[in-house]
Write a protein that binds this ligand. Structure first.
Ligand code: SF4
Length: 155
């Protein structure tokens, strides 16, 4: 298969995580080398800097954020929901422009996580639900995989 993917930029090796470091994933980096990946960092696309304070979704997960029922706040309690929504929309737009319908996104992230995200307590605990960008892509019919799945899949 020669499918193309949008991928979390931190998995591609870009130093865009909140702590200013990458989260490299060999399978994603291979896709980048083959020209089959478009790297995106939704939090940066939304206008947040690197480094930045860690943030988690409060009162729900990505679907609830999109519906206006939950907020994203950083560890200082600042509401940064608008940045997350802006970044998610930017990723959707980039994927559409490239004709891409599948994504490999960093697990657990309040932007990129699929199925489980940090629970808003900044204690490392997880809750069910997607990050904001993953939720938006899934709502638009994208296939979304985690980096662990990408390592085991035939991409
Ligand atoms: Fe990685 Fe996504 Fe966080 Fe950006 S928003 S650093 S791509 S997990």
């Amino acid at each position: 298969m020669n499918r193309r993917y949008v991928v979390s930029a931190c998995l591609a090796g870009e130093a865009c995580a909140y702590d200013g470091r990458p989260r490299p994933c060999p399978a994603v980096q291979r896709l980048v080398r083959e020209g089959r990946a478009v790297s995106v960092c939704p939090e940066c696309l939304g206008g947040l800097p690197v480094p930045r304070p860690p943030a988690e979704i409060q009162g729900g997960a990505g679907d609830e954020v999109i519906a206006g029922l939950a907020r994203v706040k950083n560890c200082y309690g600042e509401d940064i929901t608008a940045f997350f929504l802006e970044g998610a929309r930017a990723v959707l737009e980039i994927a559409r422009r490239h004709g891409i319908k599948a994504a490999i996104l960093k697990a657990k992230s309040p932007s990129c996580g699929r199925d489980r995200v940090y629970d808003g307590t900044f204690t490392g605990k997880l809750r069910p639900g997607h990050g904001v960008t993953a939720a938006l892509l899934l709502a638009h019919g994208f296939e979304v995989y985690t980096e662990r799945e990408a390592e085991r899949m035939e991409l």
